[in-house]
Design a protein around this ligand. Structure first.
Ligand code: NAD
Length: 244
């Protein structure tokens, strides 16, 4: 019940890691709003846990502001919505990389920008962004995604610096390979995709994929008052993949 009385916005909560985060925050008594491009999926998860749902493309900053205006204010924001478009960089096109940056990086800007004024006013806030170990060590087939996630990590550190005086913490979680539809989409590359996933698995010290629930547990910690003196950090949940 660490999150009793807290209202939390979880983006991308219709699937995978985001759905596990929504379930975990609700289990810890937060009032959860799931905002996802997949409105039906958001409604399904929300119905299961007694949460609310909203249709949102995080790449649309005006839409993010409108969801926050109508369903906020929020004490907790989890920037989880994200996607990849696996290809070696030589196969990438500007159209494809702009969409990846719009969702994975600008989407984090948009939602953070929308929630911060009310958090500053209240003198309290917890912002957690789901980055990736790819943002720290790179990942074959994911050059633009990795750049966006590295950007998320640097962005969150700056938000942490600018907002500590308002009682707001800002941290990133960097998952390693987690068994979700997003990771399994690499299989669309065929045998090379299977090999990329297998290499990731082998690069973890634990020699296994992680589960969405393992990421959700780290998010719940950072969103709670147990993490009251933790800000600007990047917490790897990656079986040791990203340790330096
Ligand atoms: N699965 C992994 O191995 C892994 C590793 C590191 C980081 N991550 C990150 O974790 C987060 C969740 O990924 P996942 O693996 O659960 O993927 P997923 O594909 O299972 O879920 C992603 C969710 O985000 C939603 N979404 C996508 N684009 C959106 C947009 N523009 N606006 C709103 N919602 C949108 C999708 O509809 C979906 O519900 C992402 O940020 C991803 O980059 C995943």
């Amino acid at each position: 019940m660490r999150l009793e009385g807290r209202r939390a916005l979880v983006t991308g909560g219709a699937s995978g890691i985001g759905a596990a985060i929504a379930r975990r925050l609700a289990a810890e008594a937060a009032e959860v709003v799931i905002a996802d491009l997949n409105a039906d999926g958001a409604r399904e998860v929300a119905a299961e846990i007694g949460a609310e749902a909203a249709a949102l493309d995080v790449a649309d900053a005006a839409a993010a502001a409108s969801v926050v205006a109508s369903q906020g204010p929020f004490e907790i924001l989890v920037n989880n919505a994200g996607t990849d478009d696996f290809a070696f960089f030589t196969e990438m096109t500007p159209e494809r990389w702009r969409r990846l940056l719009a969702i994975n990086l600008e989407g984090v800007f948009a939602c953070t920008h929308a929630v911060l004024p009310a958090m500053q006013e209240a003198g309290y806030g917890r912002i957690v962004s789901i980055a990736s170990e790819a943002g720290r060590v790179g990942s074959k087939g994911s050059a633009v995604y990795s750049a966006a996630k590295g950007g998320v990590i640097a962005f969150m550190k700056t938000i942490a610096r600018e907002n500590a005086r308002y009682g707001i913490t800002a941290n990133s979680v960097a998952p390693g390979p987690i068994d979700t539809p997003l990771l399994n989409a690499a299989k669309a590359l065929g045998e090379i995709g299977e090999r990329i996933i297998e290499t990731m698995r082998q690069t973890t010290q634990m020699r296994r994929l992680g589960t969405p629930e393992e990421v959700a547990a780290a998010v719940a910690f950072l969103a709670s008052d147990d993490a009251s003196y933790v800000t600007g950090e990047t917490l790897g949940v990656s079986g040791g993949l990203g340790m330096v």
